[in-house]
Design a protein around this ligand. Structure first.
Ligand code: HEM
Length: 184
């Protein structure tokens, strides 16, 4: 085994614990969503026609902020030229934090009121993506402070979290906008 391969394997070992804890989060949400009896509880917010539209717009806000995070990540990696604005790192971090914060009340309602649904392909895929999203987010957050991880770690984890969130948006808000309509 080459010295380079050995070093990559050793540095990738630092991912084992984050990956394990991410898997625990994903499985725990899936099991809870499956065994818990959905309560159907719904909380409405003034200005919205119902709890479902509140979730649809919160999830759309999260997806939009995730796009800001993606573009700012490309800028940080110099994809838009070598001159990187000093504030781009702050924009990347805060857009990510607010995107995640917007998903939490939505997911709490999904899991507590609706549960892990399998009654059609869309809701099954959506439910799976929801559980993997929080697992992947856990792996990314636990890997961030680690030094010496392979260079591909953060782009891969960031890309996975972004793709899962956009998949969640497509299987919920986008479905709602194209099936029921764009409304508040
Ligand atoms: C954590 C695991 C999750 C599970 C098990 C789950 C499950 C569900 C289920 C069963 C529905 C109802 C689908 C329907 O009958 O139309 C739903 C709706 C919805 N979910 Fe989730 N979800 C999860 C996470 C998320 C997350 C993280 C987001 C946001 C980023 C999200 C956004 C939405 C939205 C906007 C709706 C309403 C639109 C719709 O009815 O499809 N969900 N979810």
């Amino acid at each position: 085994m080459s010295e380079q391969t050995r070093r990559t394997r050793v540095s990738a070992a630092g991912l084992y614990v984050p990956l394990l804890l991410g898997a625990v989060v994903t499985v725990t949400l899936g099991v809870y969503g499956s065994v818990h009896t959905p309560t159907g509880i719904a909380v409405n917010v003034a200005g919205f026609s119902g709890p479902q539209t509140v979730k649809v717009w919160l999830a759309s806000g999260a997806a939009l902020l995730a796009l800001v995070q993606l573009v700012s990540a490309f800028a940080m990696w110099g994809k838009f030229g070598s001159r990187v604005p000093s504030w781009i790192g702050t924009l990347h971090r805060w857009s990510g934090r607010f995107a995640f914060l917007l998903t939490v009340p939505v997911a709490v309602h999904c899991l507590y009121a609706l549960g892990f649904a399998t009654y059609d392909t869309r809701t099954l895929v959506h439910s799976l993506l929801g559980c993997f999203f929080f697992g992947a987010f856990t792996v990314k957050m636990l890997s961030l402070p680690k030094r010496g991880l392979p260079g591909w770690t953060l782009p891969l984890l960031g890309g996975a979290v972004f793709t899962l969130l956009i998949g969640l948006w497509l299987t919920s808000s986008f479905w709602y906008f194209t099936t029921i309509g764009v409304r508040f």
